[in-house]
Design a protein around this ligand. Sequence first.
Ligand code: UD1
Ligand code: UDP
Length: 391
Amino acid sequence: MSEKPLKILTVVGARPQFIKAAMVSQAILQHNEADKLPHIIEEITHTGQHYDENMSQVFFGEMGIPEPVVNLNIGGSSHGEMTGRMLLALEKESLDRQPDWVLVYGDTNSTLAGALAAAKLHLPVAHVEAGLRSFNKQMPEEINRVLTDHVSDILFCPTKNAVENLKNEGIMKGVHHVGDVMYDAAIAFGKIAREQSNILLQLNLTPKEYYLATVHRAENTNRRERLSGILQGLNQLGKERPVVLPLHPRTKKQLDVYNLTPLCSNLHLIDPVSFLDMIRLEQEARVILTDSGGVQKEAYFHGVPCVTLRDETEWVETVERGWNRLAGADPEKIAAATDAVPVGRFDEYGDGHASAKIVARLVADLRCPRSTWTGNRAVYDGAQEEEERDQ
Ligand code: UD1
Ligand code: UDP
């Protein structure tokens, strides 16, 4: 018997979202190839938040992400303007496409706009990477995550800690601990990167004899004293070993605005790299220094110690287990934090099948009659609140 296809409207816009969505798109493809019912139609909407070739298109090509059905070309403006314009455009997209699910990722302005547009239209919202908290409301990401979680119908948590955070805010229904889709990505692309990337050769790097750094957070790049502190710390390390710093466009701009390029004399500044090149750089780094959420975890996935250039992190388990040290923007702390030697592995990020679990859950929940949905914003009739059994 034929069954009506399930339509998912995926909203992405920023670099880390392409990487996360790539894994779920792959799981959707596998679901369809196995002739499982219902057939899933995924329509990807790119908000245009990130638009440079090496911040966007390179990921679609390299990771085999289906072409977006539309690119809204909304990037490069203030938070209010960007989010507002996205909200307007995504409301129209959601109305026109009438999806069964609107699927959003992470904590960017694109995430919030997608979730809010859908929730107001009473379309079911699924949030991947739900429940993360820094408890720092100065971060635009914290506002985006809290609001998105509170309007989502189904919340896919990467860690137990994320489940706890939601519980503390009274969100217990529609919550699923599925593991981290970025761990899925690290497994799927780790081997390919080893085989195909020649970035180490290109940059003339010796394995375990260089540091890899990334800096892009607004809290670091929009404050001269913080950006200068971080660069001084990295530059100090650059006297010992090469420090490779793929520069986020925001940071590149701020180096000029604050006239900080002289602090980069010992740094190897390069343009943002593709995912395979990034993984390869991560795999062989001696230590990774970053303020990125994704890169902190990837350091752990690839067995490399991390120094986080922030005062707090959402990924607390990496710190608790000794793989990650918080150094803020203090040059001395940054330089001193690279001597950690973490030991032991932990399995907090799932089993590498988070994406497949997400797809299975989207299918299963849609089969519940919608009249039985009663809320996080709304929840269905009960059965799905427990953790995924196969975790
Ligand atoms: C955004 C997310 C952040 C995420 C990061 C991933 C928000 C509030 N922030 O931060 O959570 O960690 O993406 O990288 O959504 N720019 C370009 N080319 C591009 C993209 C950006 O030149 O392709 C420049 C523009 O000048 C833009 C600035 O970078 O104004 C910042 O971009 P934006 O998307 O606003 O914030 P991110 O710092 O990238
Ligand atoms: N990344 C990449 N090329 C780069 C820098 C980062 O492919 O030059 C990848 C990185 O491996 C990780 C993701 O981008 O998977 C992290 O994105 P970002 O740091 O921009 O955002 P965050 O995770 O902090 O939201």
